[in-house]
Design a protein around this ligand. Structure first.
Ligand SMILES: *[C@@H]1O[C@H](CO)[C@@H](O)[C@H](O)[C@H]1NC(C)=O
Length: 118
């Protein structure tokens, strides 16, 4: 086995061990889950910004136990003082439910989504 292949294999194993699961949402350019959309996979204990701004989202897959979903505007990842949401992302929340459209309201464009332990 080439060294680089071994490193890649090891990195893959570490990723599987340290990041067991993620929540998956579709994010939308407009309110009410309309307009352009893309699927975003937010791993437990991480924050994602690559998808760019969005106004609404729809959960598809729940994250790991005791994970909460936070959304950030106008700040970015890590700034919980300007976050929205805080819903349990593990399925144990009445609002963060698969197939249910979630709006941020007030024409807000959210720019980051995280999954942190609640
Ligand atoms: C979203 O739905 C609400 C309630 O039906 C409606 O008042 C609002 O205009 C809709 N927003 C858009 C952008 O379609």
């Amino acid at each position: 086995m080439h060294f680089s292949t071994a490193v890649t294999a090891l990195a893959t194993v570490l990723t599987l061990v340290t990041q067991g699961s993620s929540y998956v949402i579709d994010v939308y350019d407009s309110d009410n889950c309309s307009g352009g959309s893309r699927e975003v996979n937010v791993w437990d204990n991480t924050c994602a910004t690559w998808m760019g701004g969005f106004k609404s989202y729809k959960p598809k897959v729940y994250g790991g136990p005791h994970q909460k979903a936070y959304f950030f505007v106008p700040g970015n990842c890590g700034d919980l003082t300007t976050s929205f949401g805080g819903h349990w992302a593990d399925g144990g929340d009445g609002d963060f439910q698969a197939g249910r459209c979630m709006n941020f309201g007030s024409n807000r464009v959210v720019n980051a989504a995280s999954s942190y332990r609640g």
